[in-house]
Design a protein around this ligand. Structure first.
Ligand code: ZN
Length: 330
């Protein structure tokens, strides 16, 4: 008798709120001039705090609460960010970049009393002021060229007055038209040669080895797949990219899938038995509450990027067995 596990990753799009066009366009109405995803909703976000700070409700969310749409080098002049819906400029604020220049963000709501709206971040000086009326396809600003690692739009659903501790009310990909699907010419690519499955002795996520840079700190807890015994945690390293109209360069940020399905099969000499199927990673809908923090930490392995443990290309490492069973996803 032998057991085997099959994993499927999904990047399917579920349209759940009113549809809007993409927000980057050379011309009004041509708003998918750039629609490659640089960082997806739900990505481990690195940066300040690292894994320990993942969704730190106090100050910094390392769970990425929006989509990053990268700049497009053929644009001349800079990439224009356009309004996705008629409304009002509810908020404009700025953040100093590297002590040299300000980047701006805008929140645009259906009315001045709306509770939430579409938020455009990493902008150069806006073309509008607070309380201005704006219309679909209006040029709001250009992407700020000083933003690192490259100019891009961070696009998200936020409170009408942006709060860094309550960001990202939904996945913008659920609303954007054309949908990020193969029917529209969008390519979700799972780099299957970068797939890696491994087992570690089960332990509470706080006890996972620190990211020391020494992979043996992790592998000392490995349980070989053909010799599984006692309780184990199942980890999956994968590399997903989402290309709208600009193939991402090698070493581009890996993306987080909408969900992961995994099934345990028991292989018998006479038959194959489906023991159970689990779904994890449901990053659609309203998330981001403080109470979600534990869930995110359980999902992201403490060594979040696969190249820390394996040679080769970037990718994410997720723990599948701590995430529960998001039933009903199929
Ligand atoms: Zn972003």
């Amino acid at each position: 008798m032998r057991n085997t596990i099959i994993i499927t990753l999904f990047a399917a799009i579920f349209l759940t709120v009113s549809a809007i066009p993409w927000p980057v366009g050379v011309t009004p109405g041509g708003q998918d001039s750039s629609w490659t995803i640089m960082t997806s909703y739900g990505n481990y976000h690195g940066g300040s705090g690292g894994w320990e700070g993942c969704t730190n409700p106090a100050e910094y969310a390392n769970f990425h609460f929006g989509v990053d749409i990268e700049d497009y080098p053929n644009f001349a002049p800079s990439d224009t960010v356009r309004c996705v819906r008629d409304g009002y400029v509810r908020q404009i604020d700025s953040v100093l970049i590297a002590g040299t220049d300000y980047q701006y963000f805008l929140v645009i709501c259906d009315s001045m009393s709306s509770t939430d709206g579409w938020c455009y971040q990493h902008m150069d000086t806006p073309n509008f002021s607070e309380t201005d009326v704006v219309y679909l396809s209006d040029s709001l600003a250009v992407m700020d060229p000083l933003v690192e690692p490259q100019a891009h739009l961070h696009f998200m659903r936020s409170d009408s007055v942006y709060s860094s501790t309550h960001p990202g009310l939904l996945n913008p990909l659920d609303s954007l038209i054309p949908p990020a699907s193969s029917d529209s010419g969008f390519t979700w690519e799972f780099h299957t040669d970068e797939d890696t499955l491994f087992f570690l002795e089960e332990m509470i996520h706080w006890n996972w080895p620190q990211n020391s840079g020494n992979p043996s700190d992790v592998w000392q807890y490995q349980v070989q797949p053909d010799n599984i015994h006692d309780a184990v945690d199942l980890f999956y390293a994968y590399w997903l990219t989402g290309d709208g109209n600009k193939p991402l360069p090698v070493n581009a940020d890996p993306l987080n899938p909408h969900k992961i399905e995994w099934t345990l099969f028991r292989l018998l000499q006479s038959d194959t038995v489906d023991v159970f199927t689990r779904y994890v990673v449901e990053f659609t809908g309203a998330i981001g509450a403080v109470s979600d923090t534990t869930k995110y930490r359980q999902f992201y392995f403490r060594w979040p990027l696969r190249q820390y443990l394996f040679t080769g290309n970037p990718g994410l490492i997720s723990c599948l067995t701590n995430c529960g069973d998001a039933t009903g996803l199929d």
